[in-house]
Design a protein around this ligand. Sequence first.
Ligand code: NAD
Length: 489
Amino acid sequence: MSTSESDLLASVPDGLYIGGRWRPATGHTTFGVTDPATGEVVKEIADATVEDGVAALDAACDAYESWSRTPARTRAEILRRAFDLVRARKDDLALLMTIEMGKPLAESLGEVAYGGEFLRWFSEEAAHVQGRYGANPEGTGRMIVTQHPVGPCYLITPWNFPLAMATRKIAPALAAGCTMVVKPASQTPLTTLLLTRLLEDAGVPAGVVNVITTTASGPVSEAVIGDPRLRKLSFTGSTDVGRRLLAQAATGVLRTSMELGGNAPFVVFDDADLDKAVDGAIAAKFRNIGEACTAANRFIVQASVADEFARRVTERVTAFRTGRGTEEGVTIGPLIDARAVEKADELVRDAVDRGASIRVGGEKLDRAGTFYAATVLTDVAPGSRILRDEIFGPVVAIVRFTDEDDAVRIANDTEFGLVSYVYTRDLARGQRMIERLETGMMGLNVGVVSNPAAPFGGWKLSGLGREGGAEGIHEYLQTKYTLTPDPFS
Ligand code: NAD
């Protein structure tokens, strides 16, 4: 590890942030954060207990009244300062993310730009929350519709986008006037801890944002979610955990936002611009080492262009450089842990056993860290697990289709519905695909759809609610309708 890396790591807080104070966990328990490229522990941080989780919620509840009454403009200005601070510290945030998560530095910088934008977007949205006033149809009264913050929130984030998943929840919650407890994934808490310091510097008052890091996600979360003072749960992560949390949230009838798993189809028609389709495929698959909920999981390619598409994708993948994300020119970093490598390998083995061919890759890498070779599989047979499960790794799985109906049938043959990608030059066909594919988002001749100004979210088992866009702040607001008598009668 370089000196600049150790200096940066030493400067990141290692405690829990509760009620505006950094403090150790009860009993001073800690856990190690690992660099997946080397397997080394890079920093020890506080390991929160159930008691700490409840203390964080206490702080969020104490701060709620004051923050919810803080003028929207003041909240907006704090968010805008936070955006400026994130921009100013972009190199540190990016390096930290690469160290704890593994993605190449250039991609980490991309995430800082993307994640920071949520702070700016919601600083702009904060002052634009509006209600309505009007006569009821009978003319006997006046109807007033107002928006109010939903209350103290619990925000749980995953490890794959350590900054963006945090700002995508924290920024709209702050903008709406909510206070919160934030729990980052235990694999990648450091980016959130540095972000928290920046929020503190931007002027977020004590108790408004509280952050707990823990290896006991289950019990700590159950206590927070089961507390009647909590009003909202926002979770990004796997569908399995999301389902369990939804069941817990049912007791308190909590407002919930669930950004869950995906199984994105990437459909290439024979009339597509193949160069652009290949560029899009590389972005949709290999961004974030394939560890994205929006990653293309199934490449569904019209039979007449399938061989050429596979040849061009294989050529590009063969030129990738795998290594620690801090090294110059690296395009593929490590997977998050050994379990992720096992899962990718199992899915590839299963596909090969059922008849798929490996064009490149198809193996774990024999080196320190948790690396899996960038892989291209062709002729993946129906029924292969790789077509059903989210791979979350750098593996392209190609299947063929005959006509449009066949493509739609294969693409929709999944319980997930986060995002789809379609490449075609035929405008009418593109429009038909918008109407026929069962996903909350779609890239039409585009390989990456994420944008802070857009409503991000899924259909089917991919989740509930939307993050970002004009919709994002409404996840943290509740509506009140008031009736008053006709003032003239
Ligand atoms: P995960 O579900 O294992 O973990 C997500 C978060 O939940 C982490 O903070 C984890 O500590 C916490 N957690 C785990 N078990 C818990 C429990 N029993 N109770 C409470 N909290 C618990 O998911 P992951 O492996 O971190 O992330 C990968 C998954 O996230 C993939 O399925 C991916 O598709 C999904 N994801 C979805 C989106 C989206 O916007 N739809 C974005 C990124 C990732």
